[in-house]
Design a protein around this ligand. Structure first.
Ligand code: FES
Length: 107
């Protein structure tokens, strides 16, 4: 089983916003929202570009989500599911806070 690996320091995250990181060959978008970290793939499957880290975060009907900066689809930060079209899903990765470090389980 793959291990959690350190990606960045907590201080590098921006509350309520995203940052992009490269893990092995995978671009991920890290979000720090409500005291939790979330990691989803940075690739927008509709806009077909690596832009998800630039999306705006928020709460849609109680679900923490990020909106694509391109065409504004909303994706759950927990499941990666598009909230209007469950057939579209962005891969999510397990993320955790370990002291000063943000760790993600790489695919
Ligand atoms: S918000 Fe429109 S397809 Fe997801």
């Amino acid at each position: 089983m793959n291990e959690f690996q350190p990606v960045c320091k907590m201080e590098e995250l921006v509350p309520d916003a995203g940052v992009a990181a490269l893990m092995q060959d995978t671009q991920i978008a890290l979000f720090y929202v409500g005291g939790e970290v979330f990691a989803i793939d940075n690739f927008d499957p509709v806009g077909r570009a690596n832009v998800m880290s630039r999306g705006m975060t928020g709460d849609l009907n109680g679900e923490l989500m990020v909106a694509s900066p391109l065409q504004k689809q909303h994706y759950s930060l927990r499941s990666g599911e598009c909230l209007d079209n469950p057939e579209i899903v962005i891969p999510v990765y397990e993320a955790c806070i370990d002291g000063d470090w943000v760790k993600v389980r790489v695919p």
